[in-house]
Structures are given as C-alpha cells and as structure tokens.
Design a protein around this ligand. Sequence first.
Ligand code: ADP
Length: 321
Amino acid sequence: MAQDSLITVEHLSRRYGEQVAVNDLSFSVARGEVLGFLGPNGAGKSTTMQMLTGNLAPGTGRITINGIDLLEQPREAKRHLGYLPEQPPLYRDLTVDEYLRLCARLHHIPRSRLGAAVDDAKGRCGLGEVGRRLIGHLSKGYQQRVGIAQAIIHNPAVVILDEPTVGLDPIQIREIRHLVRELGGEHSVILSTHILPEVQATCDRVQIIQRGQLVLSDSIAGIRQRMRGGSLLLGLQHPPGEAALLAIPGVQGVETLEPQRLRIRYDSEASTAQGPAEALAQAAVEQGWGLFELSPEQRSLEEIFVDLTTRDDAPQPGEAA
Ligand code: ADP
C-alpha cells in the first residue's frame, strides 16, 4: 500500500447470518485524496462505512486509520477520524458555538484550545457569521455545514461523509462540494453518494462496490478515459450485413440504432483510444458503404455504473484494478 495512506482497508468482510454484506474488500485512501464510494442499494456501502467508523465489528479484515489499527486501538484510531453520518447528530436547540464547543470537548480537545478549534472549524465551513444562531433556525445547507464542522473539529486525518448533499438546493450543493474539495487538501476524504455528477465534481478517485465486492477502482482521469472508449457511432448509406462489420479487426459488437446508423463496440482497453475507426473508414470506402458519420460515443459515468452493477456474473475477487 502507498506510504502516505491515511486509511487502509485489508480483506474486510462482514456477514449478517448467511447474507454476505461485504466480501474481501481492500483499498486505501492517500493524504489529500477524495474517494467517491458508490454502489447500488444493498451493495454493502453502509456496512462498510459503519465498519470504517468503528460502529460495527468486521467479520474479518483489518482497518488502519493514520497507521493505527482500528480494532486493536479503537479509541486512539478514532481520534484521527471525523464522521458525518447521513443524519447529522445536531442539537437543534443549541447555538452553533455551543454545539461545536460540546463536540470539541467530546473529542478531548483541551480547554485552552477549545475556542481556537471552534473558530477554525467555523472558518473552514463558512460559519463565521452564525456562531450565535440556534442550529434549529438555520437553513438545511448551513445545518449541513455544522455537521461537517463537527466532523473536522479535532482536525482528523480521515473524514468520512455519508451523502452530504442530500436534500440541499443547487446552490447549497455547490458550496458543500467546494468545501469537500477543500477538505481533500490535507485530509483523506471518503464520500458516499448516489449522485454521480457529484463524484465527477468532487472526487479524485471512484470506487464502485456491488454485492460486497469492488467492481471498479479508478482515478477520475481513468474514468474519463472509460467514458470516451468503447463504442463508435457509424452512419452508412448502404450498411453491409453484421458479419462484414464483425470481420473488421477490433470490432466486437454491432448494434443497429436506425436503419443507417450503427453502434460499433470495441475493447477500449485492448486497443487505441479511437478503436477500429480507421479500419472501418477504410473498409467503408473500399466497399462503397456510403460513410457519412463516424464518431466516438461518449458514455456517462451513469452508464458505466449501470453497466458494472447490473452484470449477471458476480464479480471475481481481484477483478477490480
Ligand atoms: P448499502 O448501504 O449499499 O445499501 P448495506 O450495507 O446496507 O448496503 O447492505 C448490504 C447487504 O446486507 C444487503 O443485502 C442488506 O440487506 C444486508 N443487511 C444490511 N444490514 C443488515 C442487518 N442489520 N441484518 C441483516 N442483513 C443486513
């Protein structure tokens, strides 16, 4: 594992009776990295999050936070961990200042440093103006900032955020995403979300789990590559039969979209980024197919997600990169 990983997970598994919820999961998050943690409902995200935050005992496996074993030294490890659960633990009838002071004390921050810790967390979360307001009177966006402030008040190495933008309006969402990106500067951040554009906007790396196992772990740059590769749109005035197209080196599949428009699939990992485009153009000209369109098809992260998580074959251990 990388030297500067602030959180490492090795061979983590958990069952509920016969049901395997998390199955031999291994990954790490580097300092300064924001990891997007995705998966369809029932994939094992919550179970994983609960184990990472020390709220659920793993069946097997090892978790270290800033080099400290979470199972062997839970108290010490948790000092380096900040957590924003899906339902933030807010006290609506406290002011922001009162609440954050309470959180700081629960994290054993010495009295002499309480004020500075509260000011710092408020500053980083844009709460400077609302310290004396009752939490219950704040907008949902501001309440979420308070939730993030409590997660970072003790300046933890690792911050885990569960669905931090659910229920916010578009402007609040932008602000929280910006804040998450900033947190990524010095912490390791794990962000669980269902919102795929959020991942592209905030994360450095994406991890998708399905049936308790990793089916994808890739950088955002790698994901962009995947979004580009894989298929071409081909327009032919006189399309030949499928067999003629499949005979072209690199072509793996042909799908007829309209009578004269086809989707050509190719293996983007085994070939160059443009795939069999040149060979298709050449064949079209030589054989008089009347080529009028040839372009790479852009896939969305959503399509990649659906592709990976609706495949019938169970993921094989070691399949993820
Ligand atoms: P996600 O958060 O990705 O929706 P979960 O971690 O909640 O997934 O669940 C993973 C699997 O474990 C699911 O099949 C779910 O039904 C099962 N599961 C989760 N919690 C429990 C529990 N307390 N008892 C029994 N089965 C559970």
